[in-house]
Design a protein around this ligand. Structure first.
Ligand code: NI
Length: 135
């Protein structure tokens, strides 16, 4: 039987949405105030959903304490109180939109969690705006 567990995570980070191949004007038009030169911050909230076959013997999909530590070590410590554009190599050539951050979190967690578990990330940048990956 397939089942999912979800652990919430959190980090504060700064970013700027800016494509260097575009003019200032086009950046303003596409990204609005999110392209302001001096960066701005968000309180990012994430739901990390792990899915797989339930082990009938233990009744556990994955130890939530282990999942908590994996998220802390690999995502929260990496992004919390960072300037995503300047401090994180993955965003030097990739615009740190909520979409791209969500995809990166998925990539990171997929690489450290056991292969047989599926990972789904829901990332919120504001209480009303969410991104999910995979879609
Ligand atoms: Ni923003």
């Amino acid at each position: 039987m397939r089942i999912s567990i979800i652990r919430k995570g959190h980090f504060n980070a700064a970013h700027r949405l800016f494509n260097p191949d575009w003019s200032e004007e086009k950046n303003k038009q596409i990204f609005g105030i999110c392209s302001n030169p001096n960066f701005h911050g968000h309180n990012y909230e994430m739901d990390v959903k792990i899915s797989g076959e339930l082990d009938p013997e233990s009744g556990i999909l994955m130890d939530l304490k282990v999942l908590k530590e994996v998220i802390e070590k690999n995502v929260e410590q990496r992004y919390d109180h960072k300037n995503l554009n300047m401090d994180c190599p993955e965003f030097v050539n990739k615009i740190p939109t909520a979409e791209n951050i969500c995809i990166e979190i998925h990539r990171i967690l997929k690489s450290v969690l056991p292969d047989h578990l599926d990972v789904h990330i829901r990332l919120s940048e504001t209480p009303r705006n969410f991104v999910e990956y995979p879609a």
